[in-house]
Design a protein around this ligand. Structure first.
Ligand code: EPZ
Length: 424
């Protein structure tokens, strides 16, 4: 089993470049099914979730070829080999749900098992808002031997109100409605930056989408989409994660490049409150050691609020800040369970309830043998190991490789003492 072996305490300084956004790039694979023309996408981060998305596209009969400079060219000519999503791949990652809408929209039928992947989120990571949305567009869903089968002779535009803000739910309905007859209005839609980026791309293919990035998105359905190019935006979560690592390590100047600072305003607001010494440039953020870090409460919230994906790294930062901080995780169940491992490393954390913890800092962390529970908890435990005293070993790093390309290599580039060790 590959694992990370980390010796804590080394000086973290230097330059690190942020990759293309995981949660933007992996969605282009399903979205490419909406057209029979070629879609070019770059840069595609070399991570497991994108590899899974590529495998699903190939499994149903799509074509993927390497373009120049690491670009990928995707094409799904009719008819697909199958409209049935492969169980073994779909169970590996939650975002596979994004394939359902485009297949339904273009081929009028689709079959899939319950999407798997993250253990976070309510049991089974519900997909009720997806099924309700497809029904609103006129589709019929039946369930047989653990597979959902959705059919629709013709999708018709409608109004869809999301009872909870859902990122992939918003993206899914947007990418399904583009080929529906008539107008669809999405209400209480998610506003994460990956959504307007996806809408702008679809509009370049010939879609007619307005309001992406606001709570109300209007999609005027068209008969057909053309081909085009998708430039993947920088990964705001990776950028924020590296900035928190630099702030928590308190050891040297770290320059993080390929950043859109406007995508991380909630994090900068927390840095202001905690006294992190940082400076924003047009496409970079520079973090230096600060005189002292003060504890500050945080509540996770849909964009533009504080990202749930940055809560685990922020919690590690709070173990190094002076004072008491309340961390309130409002989006996902189970996303605070990893703090039990932080406590075993020496952090002073009380779990008030499944959605709230109280951190009392600063505390000295000690290296430990760790199993990474999920993607963002995994990276938070890498940060904790890098600032801890002594050695740590982190297993189940598949979870971390899902979202951070060549992580150990890039962290070594800023002085981290981290090695990827395969086998026993
Ligand atoms: C997206 O997940 C991201 N994943 C997540 O990133 C991110 O944490 C999350 O948005 C919130 O920002 C991708 O984009 C691939 P949701 P998503 O639907 O869309 C509930 C990472 O680390 N819900 O916005 O799956 C759900 O249980 C991943 O990169 C329903 O109840 O999240 C959650 O409590 C983790 N019914 C809440 O809504 C549904 O039908 C928000 O989930 C759908 C969701």
């Amino acid at each position: 089993m590959p694992r990370f072996v980390i010796r804590g305490g080394s000086k973290i300084e230097g330059e690190i470049r942020v990759s293309g956004a995981k949660n933007a790039a992996l969605k282009v694979f399903p979205v490419s099914i909406l057209t029979d023309e070629t879609i070019r996408v770059a840069p595609v981060p070399d991570i497991e979730d994108c590899a899974c998305a590529k495998e699903v596209l190939l499994a149903i009969g799509g074509k993927v070829s390497e373009g120049e400079k690491g670009a990928l060219e995707l094409q799904s000519r009719a008819p697909l080999r199958t409209v049935k999503l492969p169980e073994k791949l779909v169970s590996k990652f939650r975002a596979s749900i994004m394939f359902v809408g485009p297949i339904l929209a273009r081929f009028h039928e689709v079959e899939f098992p319950h999407p798997g992947g993250c253990v976070i989120g309510a049991a089974e990571r519900p997909i009720d808002m997806f099924l309700d949305g497809f029904a609103r567009l006129g589709a019929k869903t039946t369930v047989r031997n653990g597979y959902y089968r959705i059919t629709a002779k013709k999708l018709k535009g409608n109004t869809i109100f999301f009872p909870k803000v859902t990122v992939t739910g918003t993206e899914s309905m947007m990418t399904t409605a583009v080929l529906a007859e008539g107008v669809t209005v999405l209400k209480n839609a998610a506003m994460e930056p990956e959504i307007p980026a996806l809408a702008e791309f679809l509009n370049r293919l010939g879609a007619r989408i307005k309001g992406a990035g606001t709570p109300t998105i209007t999609i005027d359905g068209v008969k057909k989409l053309g081909g085009g190019e998708y430039a993947v935006i920088p990964d705001r979560i990776e950028a924020g994660t590296f900035a928190v690592l630099a702030a928590a390590s308190q050891s040297g100047e770290v320059i993080i490049r390929n950043v859109i600072p406007g995508h991380l305003e909630a994090l900068w607001a927390m840095f202001d409150r905690t006294g992190v010494n940082y400076r924003l440039e047009k496409h970079a953020v520079i973090v230096r050691p600060s005189r002292r870090l003060s504890a500050a409460d945080v509540v996770t919230h849909e964009y533009p609020g504080f990202a749930t994906d940055l809560q685990p790294p922020y919690t590690v930062l709070m173990t190094q800040a002076r004072g008491i901080s309340l961390i309130h995780e409002t989006i996902f169940d189970r996303r605070l369970l990893f703090t039990d491992i932080l406590s075993q490393m020496g952090a002073k954390i009380i779990m008030a309830d499944p959605h709230r913890i109280v951190v009392n800092g600063p505390s000295r962390l000690e290296g430990k043998k760790i199993i990474s529970p999920d993607l963002r908890a995994g990276i938070a435990l890498v940060i904790a190991s890098l600032i801890a005293e002594g050695n740590s070993e982190i297993e189940n790093i598949y979870q971390i490789d899902r979202g951070y390309e060549r992580l150990d290599e890039r962290l070594r580039g800023i002085g981290a003492d981290i090695a990827r060790v395969d086998g026993e």
